[in-house]
Ligand binder design. Structure first.
Ligand SMILES: [Zn+2]
Length: 409
């Protein structure tokens, strides 16, 4: 058993409980959590490791939505307009995929560990990131993605999807968990959606989909108009959307660990459907800023569970969740800073665990001992600590995953 103590323990539970001068006792799971002085008496046989002056101990971060296969992009893709970006992805896809070698993906995963991430939801379009995701120390929920809206291609795409999914199932382990992603309502035929969701239910797999990411998407899905018209005509010879947003959402009923990424254009009715299914919204604020110049209205979400993601380097300049949270502080300008910081930290831990179906994301008895520690540059009040953590943390000092110390080389 191991015993860590820190000046602050952020539990990231539903109440965002904070313990000053706290301690955590753990093996692969968390055994006990309390004031350090109480634990020192109770576990007097254990060596206590102090995390240092102004130290913070908290659950490892969960990046619920990332596309590692697009790690090769730095300055190639176009930002500012969703359709221009999408067109630039299609034009440069081959070149970008080639650049995202196993070595590059390995180094991005290491950089994520250094910045406090211990679990990811990796959306895989091709399976080229699989060996990196299997060998990393991080927990990976690996989403095999299905895409394709042309009726004559459906059978081939479904066979290809099943083969990719099967290879993930063969590599399934405690920290490599197969899952299913549906690209979006505009790009996947309802038949394919129905069939892959059947597989997800049979295998009790987490499911995720992009949803209502841009105004173009909303205009197309609801009204068959807007800038998607020419895109679909040119690339896919389609003049109407394959599904309506409400029909799309209703297909996901009964999935236990369900998440929808972006949702910046989702209307009240769609948000209600998401809430009724007990699904999570994954918020990627930097990607939304870069591609659409839109932001999710957090005040509209009611009590829908929230998680955080960086999206890929195709629509971000960093895969660090601390960077993502810091940007979110400046994007959501009308929200109280300390309340928002607590919400973002909870979304990046507890919320991510719900989205991905992991027994993690909180410092609580019985949860997996995925822990990070780091030190703030100075003393801080309890009231301001969540904001201070987001503003002043770039890298972490210590990382444990399922109780195992991870070298951050
Ligand atoms: Zn995405």
């Amino acid at each position: 058993m191991k015993f860590l103590k820190a000046d602050w323990v952020l539990t990231c539970d539903d109440e965002f409980s904070i313990i000053k001068d706290g301690g955590v006792v753990f093996e692969d799971k968390i055994v006990d959590i309390n004031c350090a002085s109480v634990l020192e008496e109770k576990y007097s046989n254990l060596d206590v490791e102090y995390c240092g002056k102004n130290s913070v101990l908290m659950p490892g971060l969960i990046n619920s939505h990332v596309h590692l296969e697009f790690s090769g992009n730095k300055t190639t893709l176009k930002y500012g307009n969703f359709l221009d970006w999408l067109t630039s992805v299609i034009e440069n896809r081959e070149e970008l995929i080639e650049k995202a070698t196993e070595d590059l993906i390995d180094s991005e995963l290491k950089a994520m560990l250094k910045t406090g991430t211990t679990s990811i939801g990796a959306i895989s379009s091709y399976g080229f990131d699989m060996s990196s995701c299997i060998k990393t120390d991080m927990n990976v929920v690996y989403f095999t993605e299905v895409i394709g809206s042309k009726p004559d291609m459906i059978d081939t795409l479904f066979v290809d999807f099943k083969a990719k999914l099967e290879s993930t199932k063969q590599n399934c382990s405690t920290n490599f968990i197969p899952a299913i992603a549906i690209h979006s309502p505009y790009s996947v035929h309802p038949f394919l959606i129905r069939e892959v969701l059947k597989i997800a239910k049979e295998n009790d797999m987490p499911v995720s989909a992009h949803f209502q990411e841009s105004k173009s998407e909303n205009d197309w899905l609801n009204y068959n108009k807007g800038s998607f018209i020419s895109f679909f005509k040119n690339f896919l010879q389609q003049t109407t959307a394959v599904t309506k947003p409400n029909e799309f959402l209703s297909q996901f009923k009964g999935i236990e660990n369900l998440s929808f990424t972006h949702c910046v254009e989702a209307n009240a009715k769609e948000l209600e459907q998401i809430k009724d299914m007990n699904a999570t919204i994954i918020h990627c604020p930097k990607s939304n800023r870069l591609l659409n110049n839109t932001s999710l209205n957090l005040n509209y979400l009611d009590d829908i569970s929230l998680a955080m993601g960086t999206d890929g380097l195709s629509s971000n300049n960093s895969l660090s969740l601390f960077d993502e949270m810091q940007s979110a502080l400046f994007i959501h300008r009308t929200n109280d800073i300390n309340d928002l910081s607590k919400r973002l930290l909870t979304a990046s831990t507890n919320g991510g665990a719900k989205a991905l179906g992991l027994n993690k994301g909180q410092v609580a008895k019985g949860k997996d001992a995925d822990l990070i520690s780091f030190s703030l540059p100075d003393t801080c009040s309890e009231e301001d600590i969540a904001t201070a953590v987001i503003l002043h943390t770039k890298q972490v000092d210590k990382t444990y995953i399922q109780g195992k110390h991870i070298e951050l080389s």
